[in-house]
Ligand binder design. Structure first.
Ligand SMILES: NC(=O)C1=CN([C@@H]2O[C@H](COP(=O)(O)OP(=O)(O)OC[C@H]3O[C@@H](n4cnc5c(N)ncnc54)[C@H](OP(=O)(O)O)[C@@H]3O)[C@@H](O)[C@H]2O)C=CC1
Ligand SMILES: CC(=O)N[C@@H](CCC(=O)OP(=O)(O)O)C(=O)O
Length: 346
C-alpha cells in the first residue's frame, strides 16, 4: 500500500452499517483499512464472518479496548448511541478525524439530546465543533471538519425531500408531515423480537407516533433550512423490507410555483440526489445498495398540497455511503470516489 493512502479505522465492524462501510471501503482507491473492531469477535478474520468480503478485506477484528486507533487518519464509529462520545476527544487530540454514524453529535442542544437519548452527554463541549454531515446542505463546513455527525437514516430522506421547498420559502413551515417507512435493517443486527422474520415479515406497522428520537434531529435541520422553527409531524413505520426508506412528505403551498423546476434546479449539481421526471413514483429498489436519493414531487389535482416522495437505502445514503461521502469531502477527494455503485435489482 502506498504511504499516502488514508488510514481508516472502524469501531463496530460487525453491525449492519459497519459491514456496509467495509463493503464500500474495500474497493475505495484512496484508503487503507487499519483496524476494524468487535468486542466479541476479536482475532477472527473479518472474511470468516462475512464471506462476501473474502479477497477484499484481509484484516482480523480487533478488540476495541485494545485497538490503537491513534495511527488512523479517520475513525468511523458504527456503534450504538453513546459510544463515540466517550472516545472522540482523545482521538481529536491526536489529530484523528472522527465520523460518527450514531447520534452522539447530531443535536446541537445538549438538554434536548439528553432528553431523547436518555443519557448524560460525555463531552457537551464538542457538540458545537461537530458538523452535521448532510453534504447537500453543509458541504463547505464538512471540508474542514474534524468531527462529523453523520445524519440518521429517516432524517436524510426527510430533509432532502423538504429542502428545496423550505429554502425557497414556498410552503407553510408550521404544518409539515413526514410519513416514513423503513426496512428492518434500520434496527441494526442485534437480536430483537420485533425484527424476527415471523414478526416483521408479512406485516406493516407504525411505531413511535408519540415521539421518535429522529423528530428533534429532523426539526433542527428543517428549521435551519427555513431560518425559523418548524412544526413537524413525523410517523415512522416498519415494513417487511430488508433495506430501504420511503418517505412520503406533505406540506401546504403558500406560493404558486413550478415545483419540478424548483427541485431540478436545486439538485442539478448533486451527484447523489436524483429528481425524477414529473409524475414519477420512486421505488426503494431503485436505490438498493447505492448512495442515491431519488425524489419525485407531486401536486395532486393541482391543489395547494405538495407531496414529495423520497427514497434512500438506509444503510448507504442513510448511513455508510453518506459517511464515505463525508470522508471524501473532508480529505479533498472527488465526492463520488468509491461510491459509483449501480443499484441492485431485483
Ligand atoms: N441500521 C441503520 O439503517 C442505521 C444505523 N445508524 C446508526 O449507526 C449505528 C450502528 O448501527 P447498526 O450498524 O445498525 O448497529 P448494529 O447493532 O448492527 O451494530 C452495532 C455495532 O457496534 C458494536 N458495539 C456495540 N456496543 C459496543 C461498544 N460498547 N463498544 C464498541 N463497539 C460496540 C457491535 O459490535 P460488537 O458487539 O461485535 O462489538 C456492532 O458491530 C447506530 O448508532 C445506529 O443508530 C444510522 C443510520 C442508519
Ligand atoms: C427500522 C428501525 O428500527 N429504525 C430505527 C432508526 C434507524 C437508526 O439506526 O437510527 P439512527 O439513524 O438514529 O442511527 C429506529 O426507528 O429506531
Amino acid at each position: 500500500m502506498s504511504l499516502d493512502k488514508i488510514k481508516v479505522g472502524i469501531v463496530g465492524g460487525t453491525g449492519y452499517t459497519g459491514v456496509e462501510l467495509l463493503r464500500l471501503l474495500a474497493i475505495h482507491p484512496a484508503i487503507e483499512l487499519s483496524a476494524i473492531t468487535s468486542r466479541g469477535e476479536a482475532g477472527l478474520p473479518v472474511a470468516d464472518m462475512f464471506p462476501s468480503l473474502r479477497g477484499y478485506v484481509d484484516l482480523p477484528f480487533s478488540d476495541p479496548a485494545q485497538a490503537d486507533l491513534s495511527g488512523c487518519d479517520v475513525v468511523f464509529f458504527a456503534t450504538p448511541n453513546g459510544i463515540a462520545m466517550q472516545q472522540t476527544a482523545d482521538l481529536l487530540d491526536k489529530g484523528v478525524r472522527v465520523i460518527d454514524l450514531a447520534a452522539d453529535f447530531r443535536i446541537q442542544d445538549v438538554a434536548t439530546w439528553e432528553k431523547w437519548y436518555g443519557m448524560k452527554h460525555a463531552c457537551p463541549d464538542l457538540i458545537a465543533k461537530a458538523v452535521y454531515g448532510l453534504p447537500e446542505v453543509n458541504r463547505e463546513k464538512i471540508r474542514t471538519a474534524q468531527l462529523i455527525a453523520n445524519p440518521g437514516c429517516y432524517p436524510t430522506a426527510v430533509q432532502l425531500g423538504f429542502l428545496p421547498l423550505l429554502e425557497a420559502g414556498v410552503i407553510d413551515e408550521t404544518l409539515l408531515i413526514a410519513d416514513a417507512k423503513s426496512g428492518v435493517s434500520g434496527a441494526g443486527r442485534k437480536a430483537e423480537v420485533s425484527a424476527l422474520f415471523a414478526e416483521a415479515g408479512d406485516n406493516f406497522k407504525a411505531y413511535g407516533v408519540a415521539g421518535h428520537r429522529h423528530l428533534p434531529e429532523i426539526s433542527q435541520g428543517l428549521a435551519g433550512m427555513a431560518n425559523k422553527p418548524v412544526g413537524l409531524t413525523f410517523v415512522p413505520h416498519l415494513t417487511p423490507l430488508i433495506r430501504g426508506i420511503h418517505a412520503t412528505l406533505y406540506a401546504k403551498l403558500t406560493k404558486d410555483i413550478d415545483l419540478q423546476h424548483l427541485f431540478e434546479s436545486r439538485y442539478i449539481k448533486e451527484r447523489f440526489v436524483d429528481v425524477l421526471p414529473k409524475g414519477s413514483h420512486p421505488e426503494t429498489r431503485s436505490v438498493r445498495g447505492s448512495n442515491q436519493c431519488r425524489i419525485a414531487v407531486h401536486r395532486p389535482q393541482g391543489g395547494d398540497t405538495v407531496v414529495v416522495l423520497s427514497v434512500i437505502d438506509n444503510l448507504v445514503k442513510g448511513a455508510a455511503g453518506q459517511a464515505v461521502q463525508n470522508m471524501n469531502i473532508m480529505f479533498g477527494l472527488a465526492e463520488n470516489t468509491g461510491l459509483e455503485v449501480v443499484p441492485l435489482l431485483p
